[in-house]
Write a protein that binds this ligand. Sequence first.
Ligand SMILES: *Cc1c(COP(=O)(O)O)cnc(C)c1O
Length: 472
Amino acid sequence: MSDKKAIKIKTQKKQQTNWKKFWKLGAEEFNTQFFGVTEEGELTIREGNYIYNLNDIVKKYGTPTEIVFPFILEERLEDLHDYFLAYMKIGGYKGKFYYHYPMKVNQNKEFIMPLISEGAHMEVGSVNELWLVKKLWEGEKFYSKLRVLCNGPKTDVYIKLIEELRLKNLSIIPIIEDEHELERLVKYKGDVGIRVNLDTKADTHWDKKVDRFGFFSKELLDLPKMRNLKLLHYHIGSQITSGKSVLEPIEEAMNLYIKLQKNQPSLDTLDIGGGFGIPYEKKPFYNAKKMSEKIVKLLKKMSDEAGIRHPNLAVEWGRYIVAPAQITIYRVIAEKPIPKANAKSWYVIDGSFMNDLLDTWAIHQKWHVVPVNNANTRAFKSVWLAGSSCDSDDKYTAGGNYVLMPKLKKGEPQYLAFFDTGAYQDALASHHCLLSSPAKLIAQDGNIKIARKRESAESISKLFGWSNGDHK
Ligand SMILES: *Cc1c(COP(=O)(O)O)cnc(C)c1O
């Protein structure tokens, strides 16, 4: 090659934009390490040495569509186990580590099964979630040491089911949340846990000034001795935004654990609940590797100083494990100008934020949004996204800012992907304007499976009492 030619190639390379970087893809700190863009500007995801082209997938299966990646669930849980077990080993920590998957975060079978096979224990928040565990326990061959923690109001049917499963040899631990439950469970023969309402306030939308869950520390210290009390639990909220707010409640709870153990010698487990966050906004964020080290060190130091056994540690981080394992893809169906705002146009999508990604509306959740095709364009538009329902609240504006998307090309569909949609959105989903829920695809081992078809008018109408034939 002549020098001149080589130089020309070199300068051309320099001018090329790194689209992966531009769209914040391929970065572990943002949980996008598996994503990339092709030379044609199409979004891809890599499972081992297999590559899925997401543009091809939505062209084939249509939109709106959710795509679940079980391998991401498996990797995240495996890594989390590895971090805690490694730091416990390095530090000479004697307690055990238990990961309990909080089922409410995503109850889809396609999420639960990979997590259980990766070693997750369970945490349920209602009798209906426990009913699913019962189905699994009866139907599949489970490791007999699977542990289930039961939170949520203990109604009569709930307690009955807990008893039933205990008698069937499931390791099931109801968590007592108030005086009323304490009375109800006083005769319960199995192990129990108890929930504390901590004083520490954490940086999260959910840590309310007045919390209604759990006992105050003082109440717990005044309890008579309970021979089956094994576990002290707290859950302070979700999407905690700072590492400090992860650690401070642990410190308060561990102080209580140490005092409580004097009167309750059967206590052997500290359960720090959920709340670990996700970098949805693609800004620097604390991470599980560093935090697991800090948590193990803190618990070791505090128990050594107090001269007690290192407690077993139970962790219920749900969002952290499952959010990055699903994306939601929409197609832009119309563009409308916005006369005076941070964004120039509305892009109307073929789904609904109020229905499919309800936290957009409920808590003004921010999302990472990336084009599925034309991601290598140089022609951008600052847009706000509008949902297909008739509600003016059905929109995504990135908090009044804007979303950068490719300009629409005549005759070519534009798709866009919302990342990290695996946590909470499914169970919150609704049917405003009777719009159809997205289809749900599973991408696994190089295959695409349809887990749930996009809803039809007929299937939705049934949910509203229009059973077959009524409307004929
Ligand atoms: C909701 C909940 C969790 C999960 O919280 P994340 O923020 O998703 O980690 C864990 N434990 C309890 C008791 C919960 O109510």
